[in-house]
Design a protein around this ligand. Structure first.
Ligand code: BTN
Length: 261
C-alpha cells in the first residue's frame, strides 16, 4: 500500500513545524502510541497511521474493531492551548464530515454517521480524543485526536448502530485518499479551535447534526436515563435535549441513542 505520507508532510509541515507523518504496518492503538510518546517526553506534532490496530480504542472504554485493508485508523498528536476544550470532538467531526461527503453527519459527540436507504442510521466511523499534560513550562495540553473510518470494509459483530463503509457515498475511495482528504481538514480545525473555540464551528455543526429534531435517549455514566428531542448544541457543544413537558436540559457527557418512533 502506498501512503501519501511525504506529500502530506510537505503540505502540512509549514503550519506545524516539526510535524512527522508516520505509517506503521501494525500497532496496538495509534492513540495509545501517541499518548505514550508524550509520556516519554516527546511532544513534537505527530501523525501516526496504522494499517492494522490490534487493540484499537473506542469511546467509553469500548474496543474499536476494523478489518485491515479497507479501513483507516490514525491519530494526530499535538500540543494545543485552547481557552476551553469543550466541543473539540464536534469540531473535528465537522471537519472530517465536510472533507468526505455532504451526506456524512456528525452524531453527538464523536460519531460519523450516514443514513441508509432503509431510513436507519449507519456508522461510518468515530473519533476518540484523549489529552495529557505538557511540561510545566508549556501552556495547554497534549491532545491525541484518533480517527477510525470504515472506508471499503466494515467490522463484523452486533452493534447498536450498523456500520457502513464510506465507499457507498464515494465509490472507489481508498484509505490513502481518505487520509489525504481528512488530515489537512483536521489540522486546520485544530488551529481554528485553538484560536476561537467551538463557537466558530456552531453553524457548520448545525448543518451536519445527525440528531437534530430526533427523539433520543441519553444514558449517563451513573445509569440515569433522559429521553427528549435533540435540538442542536450550545455554544460550548453541549447537547440540548427537550424532554416532553419538562424544561430543556444540556447534556455534556452521555451515551446518546436514537429512540424508535
Ligand atoms: C468510537 O467510535 O468510539 C471512537 C473510535 C475511534 C477509533 C480510532 S482508530 C484510530 C485511533 N486509535 C485508537 O485506538 N482509536 C482511534
Amino acid at each position: 500500500m502506498h501512503w501519501p505520507a511525504e506529500s502530506l508532510w510537505e503540505q502540512l509541515e509549514p503550519a506545524w513545524p516539526g510535524l512527522t507523518v508516520e505509517v506503521r504496518a501494525e500497532v496496538d492503538s495509534t492513540n495509545a502510541r501517541l499518548t505514550d510518546q508524550a509520556r516519554s517526553g516527546d511532544w513534537h506534532p505527530t501523525v501516526l497511521v496504522a494499517e492494522r490496530q490490534t487493540a484499537g480504542r473506542g469511546r467509553l472504554g469500548r474496543a474499536w474493531l476494523a478489518p485491515a485493508g479497507g479501513s483507516l485508523a490514525f491519530s494526530v498528536g499535538v500540543p494545543l492551548a485552547p481557552k476551553d476544550w469543550s466541543g473539540l470532538s464536534l469540531a473535528v467531526g465537522v471537519a472530517v464530515a465536510e472533507a468526505l461527503h455532504p451526506d456524512v453527519r456528525v452524531k453527538w459527540p464523536n460519531d460519523l454517521w450516514t443514513w441508509g436507504a432503509d431510513g436507519r442510521p449507519a456508522k461510518l466511523g468515530g473519533i476518540l480524543i484523549e489529552t495529557s499534560s505538557l511540561p510545566p513550562s508549556a501552556t495547554g495540553r497534549w491532545v491525541v485526536v484518533g480517527v477510525g473510518l470504515n472506508v471499503s470494509t466494515c467490522p463484523e459483530g452486533p452493534f447498536a448502530v450498523a456500520p457502513a463503509a464510506l465507499d457507498r457515498l464515494v465509490p472507489g475511495l481508498t484509505p490513502q485518499q481518505t487520509l489525504e482528504r481528512v488530515l489537512p481538514a483536521i489540522l486546520a480545525a485544530l488551529r481554528a479551535f485553538e484560536a476561537a473555540g467551538f463557537g466558530v464551528f456552531g453553524a457548520r455543526f448545525a448543518a451536519r447534526d445527525a440528531l437534530a429534531g430526533r427523539v433520543v435517549r441519553a444514558l449517563a455514566a451513573d445509569g440515569s436515563v433522559q429521553d427528549g428531542v435533540a435540538r442542536g448544541v450550545t455554544a460550548e457543544g453541549g447537547l440540548m435535549l427537550h424532554p416532553e413537558g419538562l424544561d430543556p436540559i444540556v447534556v455534556t457527557s452521555a451515551d446518546v441513542s436514537i429512540r424508535p418512533c
